[in-house]
Ligand binder design. Structure first.
Ligand code: SF4
Length: 435
């Protein structure tokens, strides 16, 4: 029998070609005026996670003001962060700045014996005068070891945007992690997660029969997880490029996975880890089926509200692409532009194919041009930083502050509906106000 030339028959016989989604899509790269936070902001959630660490920003009054406004009411509880404000005198002479920093650290550690790990956090002013905080941390470590471990990283606006502060902080932790002994495989979950989310994931890994699972950052600075060539790591956040690099330098290998946002994302994330550890597919199904079904049910009412709504992401946290994937696939939202401050192709390799092929992607920012595009599109909801939110609302656009996506637990099955609610609420509020 001669082979059929019938095109329909041919289509039926050949395997389906996987849709490339956005993996090959062109990306608009822009450099210009930016409206983003600097990396200092990460301290607000990191200090809640590592409960015996203190973050000392070496910066100016501007940095202190930023921390105050970003942390909001938290500044009234005894916080574990502060700013060592550099005065003009310090700017004039580096010797003075080092002496004053040592004095500030001594005073702080005398007053707060509960501090077991101290991060010296670099800022624009400390970088501009080239104050070497890594040397300062070595010098001070010698003085305070073994009671207090002193580390440094940069959170300056010159070098970092928003969530990159967490990346730098975790990357600074990696060289201090103990060496993993033996060759028993172990899993490290990387990225600051709310304790409740971490506990849920720990239970799920347990249900998958995966015993050797640790989280970075830890809740206590003495509880640093070991790392070595037997370590596989799973990123829980998409903005951890430097941390991943530092872990790879220690021999650990990354497990490629989408990020655990939404019901589908969480299953794919857990499955990627379980597959890497050779867990039986039946066991994966039985551990994830019930919580996934529960999450999908909890998402249903939000799908009814959000389906077909047009979404525009200004770049802010690097969470934009995984969020856009979840909102389009699980809630039916229509993506217009998805902007990200930095597009890490390798770490997003499992996410990009899941985005609708027609999504416009942009990396970096030229804020005026981007505002023009948003005005032309007039999305139903624009996700942006605090600096743009009110001006856009005044122009009649509904906005969602992206900072809440870092302060609210959004990962995992149980939080899928809370994540959807963050997007439904501003639309709901606008409708109510109109009535
Ligand atoms: S680190 Fe730089 S951008 Fe951030 S608050 Fe301080 S001066 Fe401003």
């Amino acid at each position: 029998m001669s082979p059929s030339l019938d095109p329909l028959g041919a289509a039926l016989q050949s395997p389906p070609v996987p849709a490339p989604g956005c993996s090959q899509a062109p990306v608009l790269r822009e450099r210009g005026q930016r409206e983003v936070f600097c990396g200092l902001t990460g301290i607000v959630w990191l200090h809640r996670k590592i409960q015996d660490a203190f973050f000392l920003v070496v910066g100016s009054r501007t940095c202190a003001h930023l921390m105050q406004s970003a942390a909001g009411v938290m500044i009234f509880a005894e916080p574990r962060f502060a700013t060592a404000v550099m005065e003009e005198r310090d700017l004039a002479g580096l010797a003075d700045a080092n002496e004053e920093l040592d004095a500030a650290v001594t005073k702080l550690l005398e007053r707060r014996p509960d501090i077991k790990m101290l991060f010296l956090v670099g800022s624009c002013p400390s970088e501009v005068i080239k104050l070497d905080l890594s040397r300062a941390s070595e010098r001070l470590s010698r003085q305070y070891a073994p009671d207090v471990r002193i580390l440094s990283y940069s959170g300056s606006g010159i070098e970092t945007t928003f969530t990159q502060g967490e990346d730098n902080c975790l990357a600074a932790l990696v060289p201090t992690l103990p060496q993993a002994e033996g060759d028993e495989p172990n899993l490290l979950v990387i990225g600051a997660l709310a304790d409740v989310v971490e506990d849920q994931f720990a239970r799920l890994f347990d249900a998958l029969g995966m015993e050797n699972v640790r989280f970075l950052p830890p809740r206590r600075s003495r509880d640093l997880p070991p790392v070595g060539p037997s370590t596989r790591f799973l990123l829980a956040q998409p903005f951890l490029g430097e941390t991943a690099r530092a872990l790879e330098e220690r021999g650990a290998q990354r497990i490629a996975a989408p990020f655990p946002l939404g019901a589908e994302g969480t299953t794919l994330w857990l499955k990627a880890a379980a597959d890497a550890f050779g867990v039986d597919p039946m066991r994966i199904r039985s551990a994830t089926a019930a919580p996934e079904a529960r999450a999908k049910r909890a998402l249903e009412p939000y799908r009814a509200e959000l389906d077909g709504k047009r979404l525009f992401f200004f770049p802010d946290s690097q969470l934009e692409i995984p969020l856009a994937r979840m909102l389009s696939r699980e809630l039916g939202m229509e993506l217009t532009e998805v902007g990200t401050p930095y597009l890490h192709r390798q770490h997003l390799s499992e996410e990009l194919p899941l985005l609708p092929a027609e999504t416009a992607l942009s990396e970096g920012q030229d804020v005026d041009r981007q505002l023009d595009r948003a005005r032309a599109i007039r999305p139903d909801i624009a996700v942006c930083g605090l600096g743009l939110a009110n001006p856009l609302e005044a122009e009649g656009m509904t906005t969602k502050w992206s900072i809440e996506l870092l302060f609210t637990p959004i990962q995992g099955y149980e939080q899928a509906a809370d994540l959807a609610a963050l997007f439904a609420r501003p639309l709901d509020r606008r409708t109510r106000l109109r009535i």
